[in-house]
Design a protein around this ligand. Structure first.
Ligand code: FAD
Length: 369
């Protein structure tokens, strides 16, 4: 039977948009649907007071892969923003990631040797060979002072559990840098798209039919009937009617405020480590684009337990959830006319460059290139 579309793409985040763009380039007819009232998924920006507000949390693009960098640069120019967060702990400000500036702020150490000696001594004193939980893991990697000032309370807020009750694997590595370098990422390429992420999404979806406010599951039969194949980027457990259980997530709540000042905190990202402060960080969006607007928009980020009516942000890849996911993944492999991709369908935390890489890989496979 002749169908109206070659591909129905469920979800207009980066995965769905890259796939739609590449399939259209190859002469295929696509329809993109999204249940939200806008396109772009979690990278969507909302314009408030002339400032691009990252609606679903701060997004900084970074990659080591030149192909991916060139790919995104087709759609937007990138500025020279370098992520250099600061952290407030017990009334003192520290630079991140842990580097010579942080060590000076903690201990007054001025040379790499002094900092090395201090950290090694603390690891010897407080570390263990076989860390059984996140606290022991952190103490074994960086010692007591860094752990107590900059890891413990922040991590407990993030996960809503004591570090002694969290598994050690959550922090495999804690990079320490013995140079005065506050650049959070080690990647070769980094920046924010000039004009915001919507520019990239609009470029990817140019001349492609898109419909918002459409939940695939509200009219599944109809949508399945109009396209030869589906690219599904929603929740994999929902696709299978949760028949083997519901996958769990960690959620976030964002509280935005417009302030009548041109500069609230002097940096895009400030972490709040102390347990008494209920949020983990404040984002001041204008600094991502070196904005000089008269006002500013800040967002307080509150970690939250997830319930099905909330946004699902971070997958909880523990044993229980991973086992459930593995069952769904096996079921998905048996469905020939559906491609499952993206952070929700693969139940995996992906950075933006990884999602683009994954979508391009699926394209190559699909078009046998
Ligand atoms: P999404 O963007 O979530 O898109 C999926 C889309 O599918 C959504 O629009 C959703 O509405 C739609 N959908 C779902 N179900 C249905 C349905 N039933 N019917 C119709 N539509 C449906 N990455 C970085 O590289 N740098 C960062 O600094 C960074 N910061 C982040 C901060 C936070 C708080 C989070 C959570 C993630 C961050 N990321 C960052 C990761 C980045 O957001 C993801 O890599 C990327 O957005 C994933 O794209 P996606 O297409 O897989 O998913």
């Amino acid at each position: 039977m002749k169908k109206e579309y070659d591909y129905l793409i469920v979800g207009s985040g980066l995965f769905g948009s890259v796939f739609a763009h590449e399939a259209t380039k190859r002469g295929k007819k696509c329809l993109v649907i999204d249940k939200r009232n806008h396109l772009g998924g979690n990278v969507y920006c909302e314009n408030v007071e002339g400032i691009n507000v990252h609606k679903y949390g701060a997004h900084i693009f970074h990659t080591n892969d030149e192909t991916i960098w060139n790919y995104v640069n087709q759609f937007a120019k990138f500025n020279h923003y370098v992520n250099s967060p600061t952290a407030l702990s017990k009334g003192k400000l520290y630079n991140l990631p842990f580097n010579m500036n942080t060590f000076y702020q903690l201990w007054g150490t001025k040379t790499p040797q002094e900092a090395h000696d201090k950290i090694n001594k603390q690891i010897e004193e407080y570390g263990t060979n076989n860390p059984k939980n996140l606290e022991e893991q952190a103490l074994s990697l960086v010692g007591k002072d860094i752990y107590e000032a900059l890891i413990k309370e922040y991590t407990e807020k993030q996960w809503g559990r004591k570090t002694t009750e969290l598994p050690a694997f959550i922090i495999k590595r804690l990079p320490v840098r013995f140079t005065f370098n506050n650049n959070y990422f080690n990647d070769k390429y980094q920046g924010i798209p000039v004009g915001g992420y919507n520019k990239i999404i609009n470029g990817l979806l140019e001349n492609i039919e898109c419909k918002t406010n459409i939940d695939y599951f509200q009219n599944r039969e109809h949508y399945d009937s109009i396209a030869h194949k589906t690219v599904f980027t929603g929740k994999i457990d929902e696709f299978f009617n949760f028949e083997h259980g519901m996958l769990e997530y960690r959620s976030l709540r964002f509280e935005n405020e417009i302030l009548d000042t041109d500069n609230f905190q002097g940096n895009a990202v400030v972490n709040y480590n102390d347990a008494e402060v209920p949020y983990t960080r404040i984002i001041e969006h204008k600094h991502f684009e070196f904005g000089n607007q008269k006002k500013t928009v800040i967002t307080r980020e509150y970690p939250e337990n997830w319930t099905p009516e909330k946004e699902a942000y971070y997958p909880i890849n523990d044993e229980k959830n991973q086992q459930i996911f593995n069952i769904y993944q096996k079921m998905a492999e048996k469905i020939n006319n559906t491609i499952f991709g993206g952070r929700l369908a693969e139940y995996k935390y992906y950075d933006m460059h990884q999602i683009i890489g994954s979508a391009l890989m699926h394209v190559k496979k699909e078009f046998k290139e």
